[in-house]
Design a protein around this ligand. Sequence first.
Ligand code: AP5
Length: 213
Amino acid sequence: MRMILIGPPGAGKGTQAANLVDTYEIPHISSGDMLRAAVKAGTELGKVADRYMKAGDLVPDDVVIGMIIERIGADDCARGFMLDGFPRTQPQAAALDEALKKAGVDLDAVVLIEVPDELILDRITGRRSDPETGTIYHLKFKPPPPEVAGRVVQRKDDTAEACTARLSKYHRETAPVVPYYEARGILRRVDGVGAPDEVLLRLTAALKAPSAS
Ligand code: AP5
């Protein structure tokens, strides 16, 4: 299964990817996680990315495309992958198509998790994660257990200001990618409002449904 999870910041892509990868036994490839790891490691790529990420801007296409195309060429992606956060622009979508065409494979599904803008700020500013396990929590919707609560951290770009910038980038740069996949009949829309378990049920059902192509 080669699939993409797409949706606004805070839609629940990371939360649902963690639930789905075990079912499909494919690696979860999050461009945001890879960029944050590069920032933490202080690599040249990380230094470039950090400037954009802190402000809620997109990291330039040439930086992200090379990183992801190399990653999906790794051995553990031979049976498929779940991309989360990539592609985010039309040039990224075109670069992915070209790489898959060269490899003689195709995408199976693109899942759009839809959440209205007015719910996003709350989700983003309340997010915390466990640096030891990577588990994503939310102060209100999924509070960390007491033994974890003391060590959870907040992402640098989870401020109200950066969230507004990210949401506006999403509408301007990423939302236009959706019709590209819709026209190919591989887009599945999933309502991302409701408890994470309910959203997971919708996602699983959407992935089992026959595609429109
Ligand atoms: P990235 O890390 O990809 O961030 P994002 O797309 O903005 O998405 P998020 O990780 O914020 O949200 P999510 O949908 O995964 O939600 P989550 O499950 O955590 O990118 C960060 C930055 O990196 C970008 O701004 C950009 O600078 C750069 N970047 C990355 N990829 C790039 C690319 N391809 N090109 C250029 N630049 C790139 O959930 C959010 C919160 O809500 C959590 O607290 C969770 O517990 C809670 N929650 C989840 N589901 C529910 C629910 N159903 N109900 C209530 N709460 C819920």
